[in-house]
Design a protein around this ligand. Structure first.
Ligand code: ZN
Length: 161
């Protein structure tokens, strides 16, 4: 079983809140933020157990805004995942306005396993977190980020409190 087999993702509301809190905080300074969901897969079910906010650099210049995670932090993340037997399900990042996967997002994604997820939260996460508000993408077997329809995303990812 790999992430591509996952048909249902359960996210505790605390893990969704942790993402939103971070994205909103950096958004107040006009910056994009990024968070990761990690957890355990059991058959076609994936349970998110933790939100990780990796050390990140927020860049804001005339070209716009972006968020950079450096190589040593990615290494630390992989060590943590390995030691704690956790799997990286996907990443969530914010945009100043509309939510979509930019070319940069496609190219520099942190989650790169087939079947992993990438969610983009609009408007610097000013609204409360809801899967239906995000643009949701899943990496297919050919390495392309395929956008999920809102109904598919809401069916796949369930936030439970
Ligand atoms: Zn983006």
């Amino acid at each position: 079983m790999t992430l591509a087999d996952v048909r249902r993702v359960v996210v505790p509301v605390a893990c969704a809140d942790a993402v939103q809190t971070h994205l909103r905080a950096v958004g107040r300074d006009g910056c994009e933020g990024l968070a990761l969901w990690v957890g355990v897969q059991n058959g076609d079910l994936f349970r998110v157990s933790r939100t990780i906010i990796p050390q990140q650099r927020h860049v804001r210049n005339s070209d716009g805004v972006c968020v950079i995670i450096q190589a040593d932090e990615l290494h630390r993340l992989n060590v943590t995942l390995y030691k704690e037997k956790l799997t990286l399900l996907g990443q969530i990042h914010s945009h100043p306005g509309r939510a979509y996967h930019s070319d940069t997002d496609d190219r520099y994604a942190i989650a790169t396993t087939v079947g992993c997820l990438s969610l983009v939260v609009p408007d610097f996460a000013r609204a409360s977190f809801a899967i239906s508000r995000c643009a949701s993408y899943r990496l297919d077997r050919r390495g392309r980020w395929m956008e999920l329809k809102p109904r598919e995303a809401s069916g796949l990812i369930v936030v439970e409190g």
